[in-house]
Design a protein around this ligand. Structure first.
Ligand code: URA
Length: 234
């Protein structure tokens, strides 16, 4: 059994204070009985919680996509820096969310935040080879030599990388496609060619793309279709 206000707020649509107000206006019922206090408890799996007579559909897990800005670390806690979880709306406070995968503090773009450990494990497991796409800007021009090196497999101090795609999109810019995710991988790969990455932005993971209308620092729940794309990674 859990507090009713916590159950409703954890679904993301209403904040704790919204729920308080709904309850004080007698708009919330549990199995048809009006809830009088936010501290009343219910079991979301056994009881039917309704708001204005409409049953609340309980989501077992939450899946958010974030357009990560610079300056945030991909962790749940950090003593020194802000974490990506600080960008998640308060409404999800009751959930044990974590970032599924890492982007460096100065990397921007697509990141999944969830409380579904199984799904996170699935998309991150190295043997799944989930393709990740990054837009990269360098301090020196991108060369055909880099392109060939990426295709052949760059040798890093922790072993040879899998073949990676490098499409030259401008004098200093490229789109890189990786099938693995090692520590600072893209920066280290370009480092082998004497280049420094000055901007790195992830645009896709598997078939999931960062939408143009999701502005930096914002997150939203995945649509059913987007979630399906992630769940197909098996
Ligand atoms: N490669 C990097 O170097 N950094 C990232 O954040 C992601 C890929």
């Amino acid at each position: 059994m859990e507090r009713i206000d916590k159950i409703i707020a954890s679904q993301g649509k209403y904040s704790r204070s919204d729920v308080k107000s709904l309850i004080s206006k007698r708009r919330v019922t549990v199995d048809g009985v009006v809830v009088k206090s936010s501290s009343e408890k219910a079991d979301a799996e056994k009881h039917t919680i309704c708001i204005d007579g409409m049953p609340l559909t309980i989501k077992k897990n939450i899946y958010l996509m974030l357009n990560k800005p610079k300056g945030y670390v991909s962790a749940t806690e950090d003593k020194e820096h802000q974490t990506v979880l600080e960008l998640v709306p308060e409404d999800y406070a009751g959930r044990e969310l974590f970032p599924a995968g890492r982007l460096d503090r100065d990397t921007t773009g697509l990141m999944i935040i969830t409380d579904d450990g199984v799904m996170a494990h699935n998309i991150l497991a190295p043997k799944k080879h989930v393709q990740k796409v990054y837009h990269v800007t360098l301090d020196i021009p991108v060369t055909a030599e880099m392109q060939k090196g990426f295709a052949d497999g760059v040798e890093l101090n922790d072993g040879v990388c899998k073949a990676a795609g490098l499409e030259i999109t401008g004098e200093y810019t490229a789109t890189v496609t990786l099938k693995e995710g090692r520590y600072h991988q893209i920066k280290r790969m370009f480092g082998c060619f004497g280049a420094k990455v000055t901007a790195l932005h992830r645009t896709a993971m598997g078939d999931l793309y960062l939408p143009d209308d999701l502005t930096e620092g914002h997150c939203r729940e995945l649509t059913a279709d987007e979630l399906n794309k992630l769940q197909q990674i098996k």
